[in-house]
Design a binder for this molecule. Structure first.
Ligand SMILES: Cc1cc2nc3c(=O)[nH]c(=O)nc-3n(C[C@H](O)[C@H](O)[C@H](O)COP(=O)(O)OP(=O)(O)OC[C@H]3O[C@@H](n4cnc5c(N)ncnc54)[C@H](O)[C@@H]3O)c2cc1C
Length: 448
């Protein structure tokens, strides 16, 4: 049987574990308003099995408690981050049998670490494929959150908090036509109007644009709900089961997985590589890989005495995200040079704190609750890779979502499901091809 993937046993993630991950949540215990009950998904509209009540937060299953998988699955997903799990959920609802393998706990890498900003969007009018995927997320996150809540009784913290994007004139000239063409509601605020709605703000460079439909989700809660929802729809979950390589004989694909207590071969009709920044070694069967690489992002969580802002504040690639319990998440650095080293650095945290206190001076006296970091899956042009992997039949990839994997997760799952079920695709099927020449022009409508 020819060996086609990387050959080394999947190691535990390089670098240190995230600080403060013990509670499985970034910050306090806020409650979110109920999301609308209607459902409009093309992909997510297959009838669900009868919901079973889940008391509290479902524990992430561990390999020791799950029977060894012997059966053939339609799809084996490598990587249980937000991309792998959302795809698995959508594929299972489309009628496919799916298994998800993760070398660690499910959803504990970048997908856990992210800030959960969901910019607004309108899929019917988005100008580019990447804006379409983001807009699908913007339009459907409320319904998807309600669906997860109904199915699992877990609240993912989805909340339409609004946002303010600060744009220098040259960037506004590029971005505003995109927002206008897409029909995104926004309003340029005068300094007086800004002071009125956000009185704690200091001097922030750029002109403020109010985005009322900007939303946020609490990543650890969303991941917990996704894991529980995957179980409900019959996805086989295999945490602590790193995939070493993909092999193929003339009849079938096999995912060879190193498990805690030995090795096993798991046959599958299709394989979806969704291993975040660790995906590259599975993508080199046709020659050189496409260049998926880690880009570290650090975050600091501050706890001021009271409420200092109610909206997501986006300043270039940095942002402040207020939670309903008044804590403020400040992010994020962009450090490709850190490689797979997951750590917080003095310089990174100092930079974030400086941004926070410049933007909201009252944050100078806030408690620094904790810091953490995550490794974004970067690509040469900042766009994801979604589609077939050259050199293989029936191996696909969905990774490289860089700064936007949460907002792009629903659109990605829709596109993958359309590809796997032979339906017309929501964007051109080759829009995110592994073989593309890195895209040079065309900024996405949002940078955060
Ligand atoms: C600080 C920070 C802030 C962010 N903020 C936002 C935001 O506000 N909004 C937004 O949309 N996005 C944001 N992002 C980006 C977003 O978090 C990522 O794009 C997204 O989480 C990527 O998800 P993923 O599933 O591809 O990767 P990951 O979450 O990295 O998941 C990949 C999984 O694959 C597993 N794996 C690796 N190798 C193997 C193997 N050999 N076998 C089995 N499993 C394997 C890993 O253990 C991991 O669980 C942020 C990211 C960071 C770091």
């Amino acid at each position: 049987m020819p060996r086609r993937g990387g050959g080394v046993n999947a190691n535990r993630p390089c670098g240190k574990t995230e600080s403060g991950t013990g509670t499985g949540t970034h910050a306090g215990t806020d409650r979110t308003p109920a999301a609308p009950a209607a459902r409009v998904f093309p992909v997510f509209s297959v009838p669900l099995p009868t919901p079973v009540p889940v008391p509290g937060v479902a524990p992430v299953p561990r390999a020791a408690t799950i029977p060894r998988m012997a059966k053939h699955h339609d799809v084996a997903v490598i990587g249980g981050g937000i991309i792998g799990l959302t795809c698995a959920y959508a594929l299972a609802k489309a009628g496919l049998s799916v298994a998800v393998f993760d070398r660690g706990d499910l959803g504990r890498e970048a997908s856990w670490a992210g800030a959960g900003i969901l910019p607004p969007g309108n899929p019917d009018r988005a100008a580019t494929p990447i804006d379409t995927l983001r807009a699908i997320g913007a339009a459907r996150f409320p319904y998807f959150s309600a669906e997860l809540g109904e199915l699992t009784r877990l609240d993912n913290g989805y909340f339409r908090c609004g946002g303010i994007e600060f744009l220098p004139p040259d960037e506004a000239a590029e971005v505003l036509p995109l927002w206008e063409a897409e029909g995104i509601a926004f309003e340029k605020l005068s300094r007086e109007a800004l002071r009125e709605i956000e009185p704690a703000l200091g001097e922030v460079p750029g002109d403020p644009y109010l985005l009322p439909a900007c939303a946020q989700v609490r990543n650890p809660r969303h991941l917990a709900a996704l894991v529980a929802a995957c179980e409900r729809v019959g996805v086989t979950l295999r945490p602590n089961t790193g995939v070493d390589l993909i092999t193929a004989d003339p009849r079938r694909l096999t995912v060879a997985a190193g498990v805690v207590s030995g090795n096993e071969a798991c046959p599958a009709g299709r394989v979806l590589v969704a291993a975040g920044p660790w995906s590259e070694r599975f993508l080199t069967a046709g020659g050189r890989g496409p260049g998926v690489r880690p880009v570290r992002g650090q975050i600091a969580l501050l706890k001021p005495a009271g409420r200092v802002t109610t909206r997501v504040l986006m300043i270039g690639k940095r942002y402040l995200v207020p939670r309903l319990d008044n804590q403020v998440l400040v992010g994020s650095t962009e450090e490709p040079e850190a490689g797979f080293e997951k750590a917080n650095t003095a310089a990174g945290v100092a930079d974030l704190i400086a941004l926070a206190t410049r933007t909201i001076p009252a944050l100078a006296s806030a408690e620094l609750v904790k810091c953490w970091s995550g490794l974004r899956p970067g690509s040469p042009d900042g766009l994801p890779f979604i589609g077939p992997v050259p050199g293989w039949d029936n191996v696909y990839v969905a990774t490289g979502h860089f700064r936007a994997g949460v907002q792009l997760s629903l659109g990605t799952a829709q596109l993958v499901t359309e590809m796997f079920t032979g339906r017309p695709t929501c964007v051109p099927a080759d829009a995110f091809a592994v073989t593309r020449t890195p895209h040079s022009g065309g900024k996405p409508a949002f940078r955060s």
